[in-house]
Design a protein around this ligand. Structure first.
Ligand code: ZN
Length: 357
């Protein structure tokens, strides 16, 4: 619309084409040169300035949200609709514990009205330095209106240590397990908390955020019911995961985690540890070994093979695999991949038994 008006404006002044530089001036067209080059330049300059001011006002009107990881970006975008501009710093295919602190992130944070992050020290290796560098008082401290630690919204944080764990000891989860977004039920309080914060920052649009939150929660509850039904036949499934990032998922799905490829979150396994793990898995009935794509795939694949289990590479975040653009799509993929793998194993087990019997 604005662009059309601008083009009309230019057309009106015959700025482009041969009209702008009449080759011969005769008496009949004596008025034409009155639109001099300077006139054209000035009118164009004014038009451009007008456009820039208008688009700057448009941008100002939106709440600028920056999230550490894409799950929050998906939810904030869903709840905030066209009143927000959302960008995630980390990509879903990156290990959220280790992200490159790029200078461009400082710029994004400098212009942000709201920063949403996981907390529980998940981003401690890269986010605080960026926030300090951004010199943005709106997001600078945990008490700032534009600073939202999403872990404060979740009531069932798992593995909170009783004694203080020092991160220098190698454990990446010193404040409790930070991978709580892998239980879709936690999407509900997180969405509520995001809506509350958007309403504080942009009270004028509070009814809009309320409406969108209601819609989001309704859709998520319906999807959770659908995923629950798909997972129900596999309750009690014994699994091993690479990193301790699936504990919330397992609690929700009713899976039993019997071991981890990493002896401690962030510590790579030694050959003797791997041998012990395989031995233990063979005594149990481990069906699946799960790892995210950003972990080495060779060891979990080998462990699965030696323990007669299946190896499954799963995305653990929105954007963790091509095509996963929303929090809903993330669980569609996770639940879909897990259940089809387990269903395939049950089928092959049954057919082997029938052939044998
Ligand atoms: Zn972790």
């Amino acid at each position: 619309m604005k662009l059309n008006k601008f083009l009309d404006f230019i057309m009106m002044h015959k700025f482009y084409g041969t009209e702008v530089r009449p080759k011969k001036i005769d008496i009949a067209s004596a008025k034409e040169p009155s639109l001099s080059f300077l006139d054209c330049f000035v009118t164009l300059f004014l038009a451009m300035t007008f456009l820039m001011v208008v688009s700057a006002q448009d941008a100002l009107a939106k709440v600028r949200v920056v999230t550490s990881v894409p799950d929050f970006a998906s939810i904030a975008g869903d709840v905030g609709g066209d009143k927000v501009e959302v960008v995630s710093l980390a990509k879903g295919y990156q290990d959220p514990h280790f992200v490159d602190a790029k200078p461009s992130y400082v710029l994004l944070l400098n212009k942000s009205d709201l920063l949403i992050y996981t907390g529980l020290d998940l981003e401690i290796g890269w986010l605080p330095v960026l926030v300090t560098g951004s010199r943005n008082s709106k997001i600078s401290s945990a008490a700032s209106q534009g600073n939202l630690d999403a872990s404060t919204l979740v009531s069932n944080i798992l593995e909170v240590p009783i004694t203080k764990i020092d991160r220098s000891m190698g454990d990446l989860h010193p404040g409790g397990n930070p991978h709580y977004m892998l239980d879709p039920r936690n999407g509900i309080p997180v969405a509520r908390g995001i809506a509350d914060r958007l309403k504080e920052i942009d009270p004028e649009n509070a009814p809009y955020y309320d409406e969108r939150l209601k819609d989001f929660v309704g859709r998520l509850i319906a999807k959770i019911k659908e995923w629950d039904e798909k997972l129900a036949p596999y309750k009690g499934t014994e699994i091993v995961t690479y990193h301790k990032s699936w504990v919330y998922f397992s609690e929700w799905a009713g899976f039993k985690e019997v071991g981890y490829i990493e002896p401690k979150p962030g510590i790579p396994p030694s050959p003797s540890y791997v041998a012990d793990l395989i031995k233990r898995m063979n005594q149990l009935n481990v069906k699946l070994v799960i790892a995210e794509s950003y972990y080495p795939q060779k060891t979990p694949a080998l462990v699965a093979e030696k323990a007669s289990a299946s190896f499954l590479t799963l995305p653990s975040s929105v954007d963790g695999r091509e095509g996963i653009k929303t929090y809903f799509e993330l669980f569609d993929v996770i639940v879909g991949d897990v259940t089809s793998k387990l269903e395939g194993m049950t089928k092959s087990f049954n057919s082997t038994n029938q052939e044998g019997g």
